[in-house]
Ligand binder design. Structure first.
Ligand SMILES: Nc1ncnc2c1ncn2[C@@H]1O[C@H](COP(=O)(O)OP(=O)(O)OP(=O)(O)O)[C@@H](O)[C@H]1O
Length: 260
């Protein structure tokens, strides 16, 4: 069980001229600080997939970076199986698999070497790494390119390899920041099937997306963040009930409530 309660994170604005016009008008800009995440709470149980939705700049990536321990929250708490990620980030890191949009693969290494390197960092033995890469390679369909240098990988090859790398240590919780962005339909389906497989194993998955069809296909729960605040956190069934027949309308209804 993952419980995020009243999470907040602000960033100092060093040069206000560098902010976009939208950010300058954003109510989260207060004096010298931009309050990217103001009040985010969500829960996700074993075997559930949670879709994190929100307009561009809503605070999804910042929330997921706090959940993965890459960023320390200013306030609020994150608990995995009752233990605080904020108080013991190093221990928590072992139990989380995090796919970030920002971390690239080492181009001079092959996909296999990239994944194996992360396995070593997690203290896995050579034989455990070999077995795990073999399993992940067939699940994510990496076989045809895994021994090529990553420099020349396509976007889909890079993303699937990065996902394998994020979960090489068989984490208790998987957090994916926009896992299907930029992927073609086949690669996206492979990634979605992989997430479904994690769910079948009882591993909770939290992923951000702008694709409502993925939410309909996979998610048990939906959280919507707008202007750094949770505006909705409940089951997919309740989300659908906000506007029967259209997830798009349901999303727009939640955003409109936040703007009111
Ligand atoms: N290190 C930082 N310093 C200053 N501002 C930041 C920093 N990180 C994020 N922000 C700002 O916080 C806001 C939220 O960003 P975040 O990346 O979390 O949004 P998002 O919901 O993931 O957006 P998108 O859907 O576009 O990926 C944005 O306005 C962003 O510019």
């Amino acid at each position: 069980m993952i419980e995020i309660t009243h999470l907040a994170k602000k960033f100092a604005v060093e040069n206000p001229k560098k902010l976009s016009e939208q950010e300058r008008k954003d109510p989260r800009l207060q004096g010298k600080y931009f309050h990217s995440v103001k009040n985010v709470s969500l829960t996700c149980k074993s075997g559930e997939v949670l879709g994190l939705l929100g307009p561009n700049g809503a605070g999804k990536t910042t929330t997921l970076r706090m959940l993965s321990t890459a960023l320390k929250p200013d306030s609020g708490d994150i608990k995995i199986a009752g233990k605080s990620v904020v108080k013991t980030p190093l221990i928590a890191r072992r139990s989380i698999g995090f796919l970030s949009g920002a971390t690239g693969l080492y181009g001079r290494l092959t996909g296999r070497e990239n994944i194996a390197y992360f396995g070593q960092l997690h203290g896995m033995s050579a034989s455990a790494i070999k077995q795990r890469i073999s399993a992940l390679s067939s699940l994510l369909e990496l076989d045809t390119f895994l021994d090529r240098k990553c420099d020349n990988y396509s976007t889909g090859m890079k993303q699937k390899t990065a996902i394998a790398r994020a979960v090489v240590h068989s984490p208790e919780l998987v957090v994916l920041d926009e896992p299907t962005t930029g992927l073609d339909i086949m690669a996206a389906q492979t990634v979605l099937a992989f997430i479904e497989g994690l769910k079948q194993q009882g591993i909770p998955v939290i992923f951000s997306t702008h694709h409502l069809d993925e939410v309909a296909q996979l998610c048990d729960r939906v959280s919507v963040i707008h202007h750094g605040q949770t505006e909705f956190d409940d089951t997919l069934t309740r989300f659908k009930a906000l506007a029967p027949g259209s997830l798009h309308q349901a999303f727009m209804a939640v955003i409109a409530t936040g703007d009111a």
